[in-house]
Design a protein around this ligand. Structure first.
Ligand code: G3I
Length: 434
């Protein structure tokens, strides 16, 4: 006799449906050119309720020349996901690998500026369409140091990761912003280095929402895999299994099941993504590391994952309250108290540049439109604006609301941002409403 394996809800018969019943997603990495293969898409559409681009949203793919963006493959995946009710993970805004040649050759403040611009432009392009972004991928070193990996990005200054998170938050405040890495499958020096960074970010209000555990696994699973997820969750971030694949062999199905159970047992583990659909789609080639064989048949690992999803607890509707929510960094200037709207600005600065995030709050009458004026310090210039239209680029610059954020009800907040060169210190925005 088979036992009912759910805690109330009926057992799902596909990975995505079973995960959804437990308030989670189950996703796959997709090679976008395979979306025209019907065997592939039949499995994808039947089994998964989340996708991530295996390569097509990487920097080398979508900004092949500086300032020239090509989102066609990423857009194709987003359209496919929307048409099939799937959420989308974004992978990845910044990584030491798969950089376009022009960025590989850059350094210092020029690279910092280019990198922030990349984050801003890509996150703005996909604004509102991405469930979770891997804002920064693989920035910690392997081995026992627990420190950062050397890279051209790291050499722009240790604050490059938080600068990236602030820029992503300004561009797409609705997306969950994740740090993603591998060899973090238990409590070890590398995962502890990341843990310390996340704890520091939370204490200082750097906008991080989640940590991705890639989980490219071999023939055994760390005994403290779940404990490691839990210690991050206890910092007040979601955790996600982001690139799961497992070496073939006797233990493969058990490990897939154990990883799934670990996620289900951590209430802030919000989803699992496997790094491909069929064994033959995997970057790991002969490891046969996935849930479907090359003919599209379900493997024993599939059954273990499905059973673990169906047996696991759901995410509680009230989030645990063990960790207080993070507080935003204080705005650099207090909002003015008069007028039909007020504005405050917070800055993410580096040597030679900055990103300004501006919050506009409607007064008691609401707004049909708003304008924010900012006088830039001498020598500073605006290079980029999102969610508003800028008039001028130096001196006093006026930012006007755009279609989707003009009409605000009393007390409602809209956010826009701009990137600048020079120093943005001491800017005082003034807001007028219409
Ligand atoms: O598309 C070109 C093709 O035109 C060309 O003929 C061929 C020649 O080598 O290369 C093809 O591009 C390859 C691409 O995969 C698509 O197949 C790249 O060389 C190859 O480097 C790239 O590998 C990807 C790798 O990341 C590097 O970006 C893998 O598919 C992808 O699975 C892997 O994914 C990473 C995650 O992003 C981060 N975590 C680790 C994970 C596994 O390495």
């Amino acid at each position: 006799m088979t036992m009912a394996m759910t805690t109330g809800a009926s057992a799902g018969t596909t990975l995505g449906a079973s995960a959804a019943e437990k308030g989670r997603y189950f996703g796959a990495a997709v090679a976008v050119n395979k979306l025209s293969n019907s065997t592939y898409t039949t499995i994808l559409n039947r089994e998964f309720n989340s996708v991530v681009a295996e390569n097509e949203m990487k920097w080398a793919s979508n900004e092949p020349q500086q300032g020239v963006f090509n989102h066609s493959s990423g857009d194709r995946l987003v359209s496919h996901a929307q048409a099939n009710g799937m959420s989308v993970r974004g992978h990845t805004l910044l990584w030491h690998a798969q950089q376009p040649g022009w960025a590989q050759g850059m350094s210092g403040s020029a690279l910092r500026s280019a990198m922030i611009n990349h984050v801003t432009q890509v996150a703005t392009h996909y604004r509102g369409k991405i469930h979770s972004w891997d804002v920064v991928n693989e920035a910690f070193a392997d081995g026992g140091s627990g420190g950062r990996r050397d890279s051209n990005l790291q050499r722009t200054g240790n604050d490059w990761i938080e600068a990236a998170f602030r820029a992503a938050d300004a561009a797409d405040p609705g997306a969950k912003l994740c740090y993603n890495d591998y060899n973090t499958d238990g409590i070890n020096a590398k995962s502890t280095g990341i843990y310390n960074m996340v704890r520091d970010f939370k204490s200082r209000g750097v906008p991080i929402d989640c940590v991705g555990f890639q989980s490219h696994l071999g023939t055994s699973l760390a005994s403290d895999y779940q404990a490691n997820l839990q210690r991050f969750a206890d910092l007040g971030v979601d955790v996600q299994i982001t690139e799961l694949d497992v070496m073939t062999g006797g233990n493969q199905a058990n490990i897939f099941g154990a990883v799934t159970r670990a996620c289900m047992n951590v209430s802030r583990c919000t989803g699992i993504t496997v790094w491909g659909v069929r064994d033959c789609d995997s970057w790991r080639g002969s490891d046969n590391a996935l849930l479907f064989d090359c003919n599209g048949n379900k493997k024993a690992a599939y059954t273990n994952v499905l059973n673990a999803l169906n047996a696991g607890p759901g995410i509680p509707t009230t989030p645990p309250t063990t960790t207080p929510p993070p507080t935003d960094p204080p705005p650099t200037t207090p909002p003015p108290t008069t007028g039909g709207c007020s504005a405050s600005v917070s800055l993410n600065s580096w040597n030679g540049g900055f990103v300004a995030s501006v919050k506009v709050t409607a007064g008691s009458a609401g707004t049909n439109g708003w304008n924010v004026s900012v006088t830039l310090p001498s020598g500073a210039g605006v290079t980029n604006t999102w969610s508003a239209t800028a008039s001028g680029s130096s001196g006093t610059v006026r930012f006007a609301s755009v279609d989707y954020n003009s009409r605000l009800t009393a007390g409602q907040v809209a956010e826009f941002g701009f990137q600048g060169t020079g120093s943005g210190a001491g800017m005082t925005p003034t807001c007028t409403a219409s």
